[in-house]
Design a binder for this molecule. Sequence first.
Ligand code: KIV
Length: 258
Amino acid sequence: MKLADLLAMKTRGEKIAVLTCYDASFATLCENAGMDVLLVGDSLGMALQGAKDTLGVTLTDMVYHTRLVSAGAKQCYIVADLPYGSDATPALALNSARALVEVGAHMVKLEGNKTDAVRLLVGNGIPVCAHLGFTPQSVHELGGYKVQGRDAESARKILDDAIALEWAGAAMLVLEMVPAALAARISHETSMMTIGIGAGPSCNGQVLVLHDMLGIYPGKSPRFVRNFMAGADSIQMAVSNYVRAVKNGTFPTAEHSF
Ligand code: KIV
C-alpha cells in the first residue's frame, strides 16, 4: 500500500480501513484481514501501559512499537504517532519523525494545528497525518473527553485548521469526536483523506482502537465504538468483520455518531 493508492481510494469513494496496532502478531492478523492502514497510536499508553491518558508515552515507546508493527506487516501502510512533547517545535518534530520512519513508519501523525511542523516534515519527504477535533494529548486543556465543534464558532475553527493543514501539506486527517455534518464538510471540501473516529459515516475512512473494538476494556465504551468480537468466533474474524463493515459502509451508523 502506497500513499498514492490511498489517495486514489478517496477519489474512487472506496472507504479506507484503519485500526490501531502495536505489535507484529496483530500487524500480520490485520493484514490478513485486508486492513489498509495500521496506526501505531499513542493510545498504547492506555491499551498496553495501563495509563489514564497518552501523555506519558515516549518517543522511545513509539519507536519500539513501530518497529514491531513494521516487522509483522508487509503490505499495510503504517502511520505512527508523534507522542506528547516530541513535536513541541518543528525541528523536534522532524527529528522525532525521522526516528519513526527509520523503523518502518510510512507517515507520522501529529495533533493540532501545527502547520509549521507539517511544512517542515513534508518538505523533508515525510508524509503527515494531522489530527483535529478531540485531540487526546490536549485532554486537560479540553476539559475531558468531549465532542468538539458542536457550536458554529468552534466548528469554523476546526474547518479553518483543516484547510490550513491541507495547505501545509498534510495528506491525511484524523477527525475525532466531531459532529458528523462537520466531518462530512471537511471530507468534501479538502483533498486530505479524512479518517473518522466518532466523526460519522461520511469520512473517507474509519479508525478504532484495537482494544476497544475487541471489547477488551471492561465497563462502558464510548458511543462511537462497536464491539466486533460480539458474534465473532475469533479475533481474526472480528477484525475481518470490522474491515468489511468499514468498506461496505455499515459501520459507523448514526448510533455511533454525534
Ligand atoms: O492514538 C490513537 O490511537 C489515535 C486514535 C484515537 C486515532 O490517535
